[in-house]
Design a protein around this ligand. Structure first.
Ligand code: SAM
Length: 290
């Protein structure tokens, strides 16, 4: 427990997929003026330097956001508006065109908050929580953002349903503990019992582990049992020879915006081309029949 530091993976292909989708969910849910209640059950540190610390050691962002940024600079006429919206969120933290800082989900969500919206962040790591608090303090949004040093899995249900009945939940465990798969399912079941119409976004690694292979089917079964629509998007990059990084990850959305599948159908091929590296790159896009 607690060996995972998200800084190693900041700005990676997995972050790009997750945060691109997060931005689309926010944009869609904010089309209506009603207050939005947002929960990030596994927040991380919030903001990451790509030039030093963990990110500089792993260099995952070199093949992720840095590669995407360069691709976009050379193909600016091909950038769909939805992808630009994500890139704008990254750019906010960077004064120049060079990407030196990468925003984690708390910063992406915080920067998109409207005055009526509320964000709750959970983080358990004893060092990450202090960094997260300091980073969030710097935003000056204390009235809208609460940071808890607590277990996001067990605390989520107590926040549901939100008073406005409009909510977005990101569940983004590290899966360093095999129990995370089980805790995720229990957490999601309890959340859907209380707030079936909420929008839930779950990130997962696509790895050769029994629990991981089974997860998308299990999430589909949960969505089906609650009569909810779902969408599954996965992006696989082909590592350079000898590289042992995570190659593939996915996002599973319950109650997805009706616009999301079309947006992803446009953007996933572009991401594959921009950051896929070798010919083995691919993507998956599936949704329930609605
Ligand atoms: N959501 C972040 C982002 O996109 O920038 C990344 C989060 S990282 C994948 C997962 C984080 O969850 C880690 O910082 C870890 O310390 C934290 N964590 C692990 N178990 C937790 C739990 N039960 N409740 C809250 N946070 C937890």
């Amino acid at each position: 427990m607690f060996s995972y530091r998200h800084g190693f993976h900041a700005g990676s292909h997995a972050d790009i997929l997750k945060h691109y989708i997060l931005v689309q969910l926010m944009r869609y849910l904010q089309e209506k003026p009603g207050a939005l209640s947002i929960v990030d059950t596994h927040a991380g540190a919030g903001l990451y330097s790509l030039q030093d610390g963990f990110a500089a050691i792993s260099q995952e962002s070199s093949d992720g956001i840095a590669r995407l940024h360069e691709f976009i600079a050379n193909h600016s006429s091909q950038v769909p508006a939805s992808l630009q919206a994500y890139l704008d969120c990254v750019q906010i933290e960077n004064l120049e065109s060079h990407i030196a800082l990468y925003p984690g989900s708390p910063f992406i969500l915080a920067r998109l908050l409207r005055p009526q919206d509320r964000l709750r962040l959970f983080e358990l790591h004893p060092s990450e929580i202090d960094i997260l608090r300091a980073n969030i303090d710097g935003l000056g949004l204390a009235k809208q953002i609460d940071v808890y040093a607590a277990d996001g899995f067990s605390r989520l249900k107590g926040l549901l349903p939100p008073p406005s009945r409009r909510g977005l939940v990101l569940i983004d465990p590290s899966y360093e503990d095999k129990q995370d798969y089980r805790h995720l399912e229990l957490c999601l079941e309890a959340a859907l019992m209380r707030f079936a119409t909420g929008c839930y976004a779950i990130w997962y690694p696509v790895i050769a582990r029994r629990e991981s292979i089974a997860l998308p089917q299990r999430l589909q079964a949960i969505a089906k049992a609650h009569e909810r629509d779902w969408l599954r998007a996965e992006l696989r990059v082909e590592n350079a020879p000898g590289e042992r990084r995570l190659q593939s990850s996915g996002m599973f959305i319950i109650n997805p915006p009706w616009t999301l599948k079309d947006r992803l159908a446009e953007v996933l091929p572009l991401l594959k081309k921009a950051i896929g590296i070798n010919a083995g790159a691919s993507y998956t896009l599936q949704a329930s029949e609605s």
